[in-house]
Design a protein around this ligand. Structure first.
Ligand SMILES: Nc1nc2c(ncn2[C@@H]2O[C@H](COP(=O)(O)OP(=O)(O)OP(=O)(O)O)[C@@H](O)[C@H]2O)c(=O)[nH]1
Length: 196
């Protein structure tokens, strides 16, 4: 539980709410379960919607993450307000073995921006199933280039099967959220006068 100091400062974990979105079967549930419970389930059960909680630490501060694992989206899905309003960050997942799931991430991002009316939001783009080398359809460079074209979006390739980079996805979304809520002060200009 968080509590307040006499000066009103919050001590204890800060609450942050994030959602995983992406096409069906890209590994949203597997990434969440690997992160929260450190295990991998081989079988596939389509998700309706689940919420998980986990405490993470970043720069000495604890964060209580509420993680919404959503149902797989397609281009005709309507983005629910639950997946846009009141959220701090978004994790967009594709499978490196599915080009259509990669393309779907751009469509979902547009929907989030339209829904929130913002030009950018804290976001991590995740290329999951990096262990499936033979079935790969999307290169790491393509994933990195797409995230770079979106501005401050972080990019990671992961494997929910091996656990590779799974922890980092959730650390990165906290970094993105904090960068937005507490932007670093602009560097002070050197010298006090302008030469005309
Ligand atoms: N090889 C491999 N398989 C994975 C990986 N992540 C998930 N899978 C498998 O892919 C299938 C779908 O995984 P889910 O986690 O259910 O996918 P989802 O995105 O939550 O699916 P929806 O609920 O339909 O949206 C399952 O059979 C998983 O075992 C991975 O990193 N590597």
């Amino acid at each position: 539980m968080s509590s307040l100091t006499p000066s009103g400062k919050v001590i204890g974990p800060k609450q942050r709410k994030v959602a995983l979105l992406g096409s069906r079967s890209v590994g949203k549930s597997s990434l969440t379960v690997q992160f929260v419970d450190q295990h991998f389930v081989d079988s596939y059960y389509p998700t309706i919607e689940n919420t998980f909680q986990k405490l993470v630490k970043h720069k000495g501060q604890e964060y209580q993450l509420d993680i919404i694992d959503t149902a797989g989206q397609d281009e005709f899905s309507i983005l629910s307000s639950r997946h846009a309003v009141g959220l701090h960050g978004w994790i967009l997942v594709y499978s490196v073995s599915s080009r259509s799931s990669f393309e779907m991430c751009s469509i979902i991002r547009e929907k989030i921006l339209n829904y929130t009316g913002r030009e950018s939001v804290p976001m991590v783009l995740v290329g999951n199933k990096s262990d499936l080398a033979v079935q790969r359809q999307v290169t790491k460079e393509e994933g990195a280039a797409l995230a770079a074209s979106w501005g401050s979006t972080a990019f990671l390739e992961t494997s929910a099967r091996t656990g590779e980079n799974v922890q980092r996805v959730f650390e990165q979304i906290v970094v993105q959220i904090e960068a937005e809520l507490n932007p670093a002060p602009a560097p002070a200009q050197k010298g006090g006068c302008l030469l005309m």
